[in-house]
Design a protein around this ligand. Structure first.
Ligand code: ZN
Length: 134
């Protein structure tokens, strides 16, 4: 069962510019920035109540974010739902016929264990499952 929207991910060309823009827009302070080398992204987070906004910038041209921006331009990239047990949720959804981009559970930004459903299973929305990695 999904518990909350953990964050909304937005693909951007320039992370520093996006951070400045969102700070001015929201009057929120930047929570943190973090590079996830394995995914080829630099990320930043702003916290609003129980939910965060994540900005993602590609660090190389093979990055999924670089490919997304090439295809769609900047904008909303994914919605991440918080789950208690990502392995159990992945199994439940696979059993229900949902497709995953990769069934490998990875370590994502913000100390999370994550995996992504394929957008074709979810009305073309990229869905991330994430579990707090305690
Ligand atoms: Zn995310």
């Amino acid at each position: 069962m999904f518990r909350k929207i953990e964050h909304i991910g937005i693909a951007v060309k320039n992370l520093d510019a996006a951070n400045a823009m969102f700070g001015a827009l929201s009057q929120l302070g930047l929570l943190k920035t973090e590079e996830v080398e394995t995914e080829g992204v630099r990320t930043s987070f702003f916290k609003l109540g129980e939910t965060k906004i994540e900005f993602l910038e590609a660090t190389n041209s093979e990055s999924p974010i670089a490919k997304f921006i090439e295809k769609h331009g900047e904008g909303i990239h994914h919605i991440a739902f918080d789950v208690e047990d990502v392995e159990a949720e992945k199994q439940r959804l696979q059993d229900a016929g949902f497709e995953f981009i990769s069934t490998e559970i990875k370590k994502g930004a913000d100390n999370k264990l994550i995996c992504f459903l394929h957008p074709r299973s979810v009305n073309r929305v990229l869905v991330e499952l994430c579990q707090e990695n305690l």
